[in-house]
Ligand binder design. Sequence first.
Ligand code: PTJ
Length: 265
Amino acid sequence: MTPNENQNQSIPKTHPRYQSLKYRHKIIESMKNLVVAEAGLIAHGRGECFDYILGERTTQPAKKAIKAAIATLLIAENPVISVNGNVAALVPEELVSLGKTVNIPLEINLFYRKKGRIRAIQKVLQKAGAIDIYGVDERKMIKLEGLESNRRKVELIAYADVVLVPLEDGDRTEALKKLNKTVIAIDLNPLSRTALWADITIVDNIIRTLPEMIRIAQKLKNFNKEQLRNILENFDNKKNIQDTLDLIIKYIKNQKEEAFKILKK
Ligand code: PTJ
């Protein structure tokens, strides 16, 4: 066996880190067919690290933020879900399902615009059942003000009032905010610029967040606008981020005690 062959071996379901390894392999495989950027592997690793200190669960603050996010998306006039390589690799079916449940279009928006990537992501989304996918045709794109990176090239996002940005770098969130758009971020790092600039910050793993968003959307779809606004009035993003950081501190303290029980043996 060559050293490289070893990387593709299947993971036994009994492995204690089966879920984590499964998604790791998805990211690696998706890098090979251009869906994920090379830097996407590093971003995923950073995400894993934050997930670890959150206890790899969807916390109460994250659940509150998810509810507020769905209420915002349902009230919005022109909402858009922004899709990058990592998200398309990890949760394509869920992205399409969320889009259909709340009737919101998907737009591909990349930081690393290597040739062939948009087409590769479009194919993944189509396979997952997406019909209308935006951000594909350069001729229809315009450039967002105040942004130097490739993410400035947008289609529907230019006219959106609310943008859902899962897992990304901080510059665009800042630019979108300066253009008076409401930003909903999904980011495992509660201290990232995206997390701090967003109006609603869901500090959770996209893998768990999207199924939860779909579940909540199915419920809130039947609410009227006043009921949805009520949810938003009771949501405080700053407090929610503080609560998340407190949970991390508490979790690490507990883990420290657990670790020392083993170390003492
Ligand atoms: O596909 P592209 O070209 O648009 O590029 C996408 C990446 C992710 C490579 C690009 O946006 C990037 O470099 O992002 P950053 O600056 O590394 O930020 C990614 C953020 O997402 C970090 O704060 C990570 O902690 C977080 N993150 C990583 N994996 C997950 C996550 N958040 C939620 N769920 C995850 N699974």
